[in-house]
Design a protein around this ligand. Structure first.
Ligand code: NAD
Length: 450
């Protein structure tokens, strides 16, 4: 069945693609399995050279890839350029990392033991539509660096950039069959990858609900899984913080990518004594977010991904919001930047909205802030704003979250581990940690007894 890919800012088709079914999935897994022995045997320094070439090709094609991503996701072109820049950095990082992924020598009675980091085989990668190329690179980089071959299934709504990346990988000299991209439904292609006996691991990013299915499906063949799932992160503003800076920054931590961000700090927790002042500053800052044509360099927020998703997002706004911004007329799945006053028990504070809606929640003191921030099934991200360094670290240690920032809303770096606590998933991407997710430790004992 054909798949029509839309531009969410115009609602117009931008591509028509054939979808893979179970048969094509099996064929792609077979290609990846056939390519595996030779790829695994490539010396790490040579694998590094190929990954470095891919990074360079991404840089050379960055404008083309950014335009594809911007049109397919509806994200501002400036954001797309930043993300493609990160994709190149990711491949550079793993090119540099792979020959430093050492084993150990362990003294044991009667000899010594060595450990080796072995590749897994064919890995299935399943990715979401919000940061299609970025998230794909976080998995492809370490997976290929470790000597695995890959079958990637991008989200149905946004497959275009991954298809182009696969072409660039061939141009870089990465052998045919090492990186395979399949366009198709999650329930068909994704499900088959999860169940396929020749797939050794699933690297999944997406919703917690589908993450549960991945775990269930993977059980039958004891597949390795890493799960990067949803979030409901807190942005905690203490009374002693630089309130102007925190308020100016806060909108971009929720409304970037139109709120379709697993790390969105969508619960803004504000100490009661500065609540009114901070909310005033926050409303002013939110009014300044530039919403409009993603092709415009100055645009900061584009439309949502689809009409269906807009309906879901709208269902979270009940009653009179604190603030609701403007959106362009005409086609496009627009939704305004929205601030609502809430308690942590309200649906808007409990469920992942995945749109530009932030719940603003007052708290009484440090203990109350920690209690509210942790009162969620999720544990992905969050921020702490305070001028008290000891408190910042104390609160960071107390929060049940995988990725935090202090006096900043930015916490994703190529070299630092990324992943969730609780129902936000497990396993870590990025940094040296991701190499562990795409390899297995083997221990070999050597007897030195005569
Ligand atoms: P989704 O779970 O609906 O889909 C993710 C991927 O899974 C898609 O490729 C989809 O086709 C596939 N899929 C769907 N059903 C499947 C099945 N039965 N078997 C196998 N694969 C299946 O998520 P989405 O709507 O694309 O993305 C939004 C979600 O992703 C949000 O919950 C967001 O928080 C999460 N997310 C998490 C991170 C992170 O790193 N933690 C990053 C980005 C997005």
């Amino acid at each position: 069945m054909a798949l029509t890919v839309l531009n969410p800012a115009t609602e117009q088709p931008i591509a028509e693609l054939q979808q893979a079914g179970v048969e094509e999935t099996d064929a792609a897994v077979a290609r990846a399995r056939d390519a595996y022995p030779a790829w695994r045997a490539v010396a790490p320094t040579d694998r590094a050279r190929l990954l470095r070439r891919l990074a360079t090709l991404v840089e050379e094609h960055s404008e083309e890839l950014s335009q594809i991503e911007s049109q397919n996701v509806g994200k501002p072109i400036s954001s797309a350029r930043g993300e493609v820049g990160m994709v190149a950095q990711v491949f550079h990082f793993y090119a540099g990392a792979i020959d430093k992924h050492y084993g150990e020598t362990i003294p044991v009675a009667g000899g010594a033991a060595l450990t080796f980091r072995e590749s897994l085989g064919v890995v299935g990668l399943i990715t979401p539509w919000n940061f299609p190329l970025n998230i794909a690179s976080w998995k492809i980089g370490p997976a290929l660096a470790c000597g695995n071959t890959v079958v990637l299934k991008p989200a149905e709504l946004t497959p275009l950039s991954a298809l182009r990346l696969a072409e660039l990988a061939l141009d870089a000299g990465i052998p045919d069959g090492v990186l395979n991209v399949l366009v198709g439904k999650g329930s068909v292609v994704g499900q088959r990858l999860i169940e396929h006996p020749d797939v050794a691991k699933i690297g999944f990013t997406g919703s917690t609900e589908v993450g549960q299915r991945v775990m269930q499906g993977a059980a039958a063949t004891i597949k390795r899984v890493t799960l990067e799932l949803g979030g409901k992160s807190a942005n905690i503003i203490f009374a002693d913080a630089d309130l102007e800076k925190a308020a100016t920054s806060a909108p971009y931590s929720v409304f970037d990518n139109a709120g379709q961000d697993c790390c969105a700090r969508s619960r803004i927790l504000v100490e009661r004594s500065v609540y009114d002042r901070f909310v005033g500053l926050l409303v002013d800052a939110t009014r300044n977010v530039k919403v409009g044509d993603p092709r415009d360099d100055a645009t900061e927020m584009g439309p949502l991904i689809s009409a269906a998703h807009r309906e879901t997002v709208a269902s979270f706004v009940e009653g009179e919001p604190l603030f609701s911004g403007d959106v362009p007329d005409g086609p496009g799945f627009w939704f305004p930047c929205t601030l609502v006053e809430a308690t942590n028990d309200d649906r808007v504070a409990r469920e992942e909205v995945f749109g530009p809606v932030a719940a603003v929640i007052p708290f009484e003191n440090e203990a109350d802030a920690i209690r509210i921030a942790n009162d969620t099934p999720y544990g992905l991200s969050g921020s702490i704003w305070t001028r008290d360094g000891a408190r910042a670290l104390r609160v960071a240690r107390a929060l049940e979250s995988g990725v935090l920032s202090i006096n900043s809303n930015s916490s994703v770096r190529v070299s630092t581990p990324f992943g969730g606590f609780k129902q936000s998933g497990f396993g870590r991407e990025l940094g040296m940690h991701a190499l562990q997710s795409y390899s297995e430790v083997k221990s070999v004992y050597i007897s030195t007894e005569g």
